[in-house]
Design a protein around this ligand. Sequence first.
Ligand code: EPZ
Length: 441
Amino acid sequence: MSSVLTIRGGVPLTGRVTVRGAKNLVPKAMVAALLGNEPSVLRNVPEIKDVEVVTSLLQLHGVTVEKDPVTGDLTLDPTNAKTASHTAIDAHAGDSRIPILLCGPLIHAIGEAFIPDLGGCKIGDRPIDFHLDVLRQFGAVVEKRPGGIHISAPQGLKGSKISLPYPSVGATEQVLLSATRAEGITELAGAATEPEIVDLIAVLQKMGAIISVQTDRTIRIEGVQDLGGYNHRALSDRNESASWASAALVTRGDIFVQGATQRDMMTFLNTYRKVGGGMDIGDDGIRFYHRGGKLNPLVLETDVHPGFMTDWQQPLIVALTQAEGVSIVHETVYENRFGFTDALIRMGANIQVHRECLGSVPCRFGQRNFLHSAVISGPTQLTGTNIDVPDLRGGFSHLIAALAATGTSRVTGIDIINRGYERFTEKLAGLGADFDISAAE
Ligand code: EPZ
């Protein structure tokens, strides 16, 4: 049953939230357990939809997944892995993109994989061409079938020299999950090096993999015959932490984010400080707060790590609607990630989106009709309105805009936010937000 939030704005969010394992690592570490010949234990696992989707997909393939009722830790046992029916896989894949990462581990475990046509947030075309090219370079046979693709490797996967046309996180994970047990050496040039990638490498190293990250963004993997299990505590979710930080600015509040990790958020923290946000960086978390003065506009470009994460820009843009002056955001990772600004404009924000690259970072979207640069003028008074959440990060941005607006907002489609924000309504209530939850008619 989908829910509706009725939010009464104008209340500063104050208090403490706990952020647990990263949505963009935990499902991948779960898939990695398939590569082992013994059980693995994953700790610091959040209760989010993406974890549920991967749990049911793994169980479908014969992996037992036990969840500790107290800690939420997962024990994954891949020893009875088996094929699953295509219709069952499709039914369980939901709107996640994770199934594409099952290819390598399933080929190693059972010799084949069927991947249903993928979902994921509507922030661009979300192609998987890099993934399929990489699998073919490992020697896999990729066949389009009704409803998805079938991948097999009669002679097993062979190490290969691969170069990515773009430092894709997913394609890098595809290589890591395929190469660790492939025969021979794999060299991946142009790899993504996000903290979640490094944490996945740590998981694989615990299993017995031999992986090194070179200084020039090349990752080298020496294939091994067998891998064992792992016992790993997932790194915390820097995207959720950054979202709460922006929420503190937008609502003129003060939020301590337990679990926020400075090491993974350095670029965000610099930007937060330049906007005028206050922060106290501790060992077990970071306090983010509005300092009472004005917020500063800025020119911002998203990029791959260690640049400013594309997942951080949506909540921060809501804060920029309150900054005094004109800000520019050039989104260079996804071609269509400003759809969420429509609702902000209806609430009174002054935002124009443009086709031009308004920045110096080389971008694949210039002159291709993608509205991937935004100009934000502030400060503007936001007024409550009816909102239907478009995607995960845009949806969180709508929530914090409604919390800052004067008047009441009716927000539908909020279930998509459960994909990446653990118990977010409880956290909002704990921070003093004034809202009701009701079942959608
Ligand atoms: C991961 O998506 C994250 N999702 C995204 O987080 C994150 O924004 C993104 O990495 C970039 O950091 C998960 O980890 C589940 P990509 P992914 O492959 O792997 C293009 C969130 O809100 N591309 O690095 O799908 C692609 O279209 C989500 O938490 C191809 O062209 O991202 C995009 O323009 C959103 N062909 C660019 O590369 C391919 O085969 C970056 O995508 C693959 C990607």
